[in-house]
Design a binder for this molecule. Sequence first.
Ligand SMILES: Nc1nc2c(ncn2[C@@H]2O[C@H](COP(=O)(O)OP(=O)(O)OP(=O)(O)O)[C@@H](O)[C@H]2O)c(=O)[nH]1
Ligand SMILES: [Mg+2]
Length: 225
Amino acid sequence: MDDIRTIEIKREILADNAHAADAFRSARKTEGTFMIDVMGSPGAGKTTLLLALIERLREKGLPQVGVIEADLESDVDALKIKEAGVASVELNTKGTCHVEMGMVEKAFAAFEGEAFDYLFLENIGNLVCPAEFDTGCHTRVMLLSVPEGYDKVYKYPPMFAVVDALVVTKSDYLPTNPDFDMPALQEAACALNPALEVFVVSARTGEGMEKLVHWVQASHERALA
Ligand SMILES: Nc1nc2c(ncn2[C@@H]2O[C@H](COP(=O)(O)OP(=O)(O)OP(=O)(O)O)[C@@H](O)[C@H]2O)c(=O)[nH]1
Ligand SMILES: [Mg+2]
């Protein structure tokens, strides 16, 4: 049995994906498009936060904004974004639990040359698989909502380790969720990822949004410098 050859398919797929992601990221930089990958569990508040964020970015100027809405099925979120007057493309993965570069390239092409200052990717609602795949964005953000519980940092460490920012969403639930241990979350997350930025926000009340918008704008400037 010594001559059995092992083909490391997963490693090859990830390497090919990373290569394509680097090229895509660099092309968007040249065009002046800043891309953010927004990840988190189903229902963590990704679409709601994007709408609140885009509204505030627009109040500060008139940036061109687009959103790639990835879902296993349905165009519910893409329609919500479109109804807010924002360019959107639905990326329907038909059951695949993450987004990879071939999908991002196709979704981007569907904008047919439209130019953007900010292009957001709402990734598939999933705390596991999306962490593994580079989507060619300049910045990666994960959302963790208060009702999910702070202990997700112990159960799903890879995503906390790869993102640039952790956004704790639905902070308006904190008074009714006294067991949400924010210091323990911050300590564990920063141990996994010492450069991690942490924000605590509520898209419903607006708490913490100003600080997050400021960081997004600063990240945009840094990435395209
Ligand atoms: N109380 C409260 N509810 C929120 C907040 N943000 C979002 N929600 C609610 O949480 C639910 C899920 O929000 P979505 O924005 O659809 O979450 P999502 O992460 O995009 O969900 P998927 O795309 O299905 O993965 C909705 O009922 C929102 O109204 C918030 O800051 N506070
Ligand atoms: Mg959504």
